[in-house]
Design a protein around this ligand. Structure first.
Ligand SMILES: Cc1cc2nc3c(=O)[nH]c(=O)nc-3n(C[C@H](O)[C@H](O)[C@H](O)COP(=O)(O)OP(=O)(O)OC[C@H]3O[C@@H](n4cnc5c(N)ncnc54)[C@H](O)[C@@H]3O)c2cc1C
Length: 487
């Protein structure tokens, strides 16, 4: 679709991304809206890859206060307590939303919702569906509901720029052309694709973070990247790595070295387990996840989708130990938003993984992100409903022309210098490479922001571990704008 035909969307709310956050926002909107995404099948979303499920305090011995306490503890002093309280209190409502969408959440023999335990949760509180295909099932039902809503329109393509000449949004450039609008909800996911080893869709490279920064929006705590401890080692180094969910360790799978010895507490927080594995790998050991003798039955019966991924990689989890390594999994940093999802750029909202809401702080508690995507998507949609549309959006013709390439050496260098263990020397080496490219290469710009944050955060907090700056400094956020980088 080109030029003129896009003018019918002028002034409409535009949603970027068709993962859980974007679809939830669209379902809330009371007026016609447009979703712009490369695909509307779930392909290319992290949402559809989620295995474990969604955290919510609905168990008989649980409470939002306990859920909040676990979230705050994982966040290592950088969570926004008010946001943590708001989201954990709304957890049971998020479960109701899923049930209203007919998501077939798993139930126990008594017909109650079944709950998983995951690392660093003090109670069983993860609702799940389709065994280990929770995200796929949740997204499928959300997509079905969105398709039935006639006021939702769909445009296949990508975001290529924001137009905000006077400090507020006046339009978006898409690969199909320019759309004048004063209201956009960015729900474009994370930036795992910037890294060599990642469990995220490779197309999620943080390009939209760079575009938002170019338009003047504030980025917060960009250095906080979470590495999942157990990604299955792939034969082909450039591929996305299959994840072996924390739920496998929750069900009793253990970590071993090549000689069968154990070396860490499997259900410790993610960053602790990731660092323990990284240290073993650095010493030349190989690390395996052993799920051969789970107390509750065969691995394949518990985790059918993970088993399928293992088989595709040539492993049989019921009878073999699985070779694993940590991989970039989730970005806690992102676009700074307030409790309504508003970024610092008027007219631009953000929700889901691209946003930094204050829920995760320095480290995300497992399964809190689907919860955040669902609720913050809804809240952003509700806030857009409350905003009056700009009656006369400006029409602009000329498209911008930044490139978004992430070359393979950059992904390798990100892994090496901005991975689990970081030093000033490594971060500076990375910046020497990315800063000269950052004006014209959006991936290099986002990488530069992550490195810039890591350079300035001289401490070991949550998922950010500076080998050369032991201990904690007083808790603070780092907010960045384009002009902060020495470009
Ligand atoms: C393997 C894996 C397992 C996980 N398991 C869990 C779990 O069990 N529980 C949990 O809570 N969390 C889990 N997570 C994290 C969670 O899935 C994500 O944080 C969450 O789904 C993010 O949702 P989102 O809607 O923000 O982004 P996504 O679902 O990633 O959707 C982003 C959308 O934006 C689109 N997009 C990107 N760039 C552009 C662009 N330039 N223009 C237009 N569109 C664009 C994408 O194509 C996609 O449609 C997991 C993540 C991974 C990778």
């Amino acid at each position: 679709m080109q030029g003129d035909s896009l003018s019918r969307y002028a002034g409409w709310p535009i949603i970027i991304g068709a993962g859980l956050a974007g679809l939830m926002a669209a379902l809330e909107l009371e007026e016609p809206c447009l979703i712009l995404a490369p695909s509307f099948t779930g392909e290319g979303t992290a949402s559809t890859l989620a295995q474990g499920g969604m955290a919510a305090a609905i168990g008989p011995e649980d409470s939002p206060a306990l859920h909040a306490a676990d979230t705050l503890k994982a966040g290592a002093g950088l969570c926004d307590p008010a946001m943590v309280q708001r989201i954990t209190e709304a957890g049971p409502h998020a479960v109701e939303t899923l049930l209203r969408l007919d998501v077939p959440l798993a139930r126990d023999e008594a017909g109650q919702l079944a709950l998983h335990l995951e690392a660093a949760h003090s109670r069983k509180r993860i609702v799940f569906a389709g065994g280990d295909r929770s995200g796929h099932v949740m997204l499928h039902h959300t997509l079905q509901a969105a398709r039935k809503k006639e006021t939702i329109h769909w445009l296949e393509g990508t975001l290529e720029g924001f137009y905000a000449p006077d400090g507020s949004l006046q339009g978006v450039w898409s690969s199909a052309g320019f759309i004048p609008t004063g209201r956009c909800i960015l729900a474009s996911g994370g930036c795992g694709g910037l890294y060599q080893h990642t469990t995220s869709p490779l197309a999620n490279r943080g390009i939209t973070l760079a575009l938002a920064a170019q338009a003047g929006a504030t980025l917060r705590d960009m250095e906080f990247t979470q590495f999942h401890p157990t990604a299955l080692i792939a034969a082909e180094p450039t591929h996305r790595l299959a994840l072996i969910s924390e739920a496998a360790r929750g069900a009793g799978a253990v970590l071993r070295l090549e000689d069968g010895s154990r070396f860490t507490e499997e259900l410790a927080p993610r960053d602790v387990v990731s660092r323990a594995i990284a240290a073993q790998l650095q010493q030349g050991h190989r690390v395996f996840l052993d799920g051969r003798t789970l107390p509750g039955g065969a691995f394949s019966a518990h985790f059918p989708a993970i088993t399928q991924a293992c088989h595709a990689a040539g492993y049989d989890p019921d009878n073999q130990m699985l070779p694993v390594q940590p991989a970039m999994h989730y970005h806690m940093g992102g676009l700074k938003v307030d409790h309504k999802g508003r970024t610092t750029l008027p007219g631009l909202w953000a929700c889901g993984e691209v946003a930094c809401t204050g829920l995760h702080g320095a480290n995300r508690l497992a399964s809190n992100s689907l919860l955040e995507a669902l609720l913050c998507g809804q809240w952003a949609g509700q806030d857009v409903n409350a905003c009056v549309a700009d009656a006369s959006p400006t029409i602009v013709a000329a498209p911008p022309c930044p490139t978004a390439s992430t070359d393979w050496p950059l992904r390798v260098e990100m892994q090496h210098h901005l991975g689990i263990l970081r030093t000033r020397t490594g971060i500076e080496q990375l910046l020497e490479r990315t800063l000269p490219l950052a004006r014209h290469n959006l991936c290099a710009l986002t990488a530069s922001f992550i490195a810039w944050g890591a350079l300035h955060r001289l401490e070991q907090r949550g998922a950010h571990w500076r080998d050369d700056a032991p201990g904690l400094q007083p808790a603070r956020h780092y907010d960045w704008h384009l002009h902060d980088l020495p470009l």
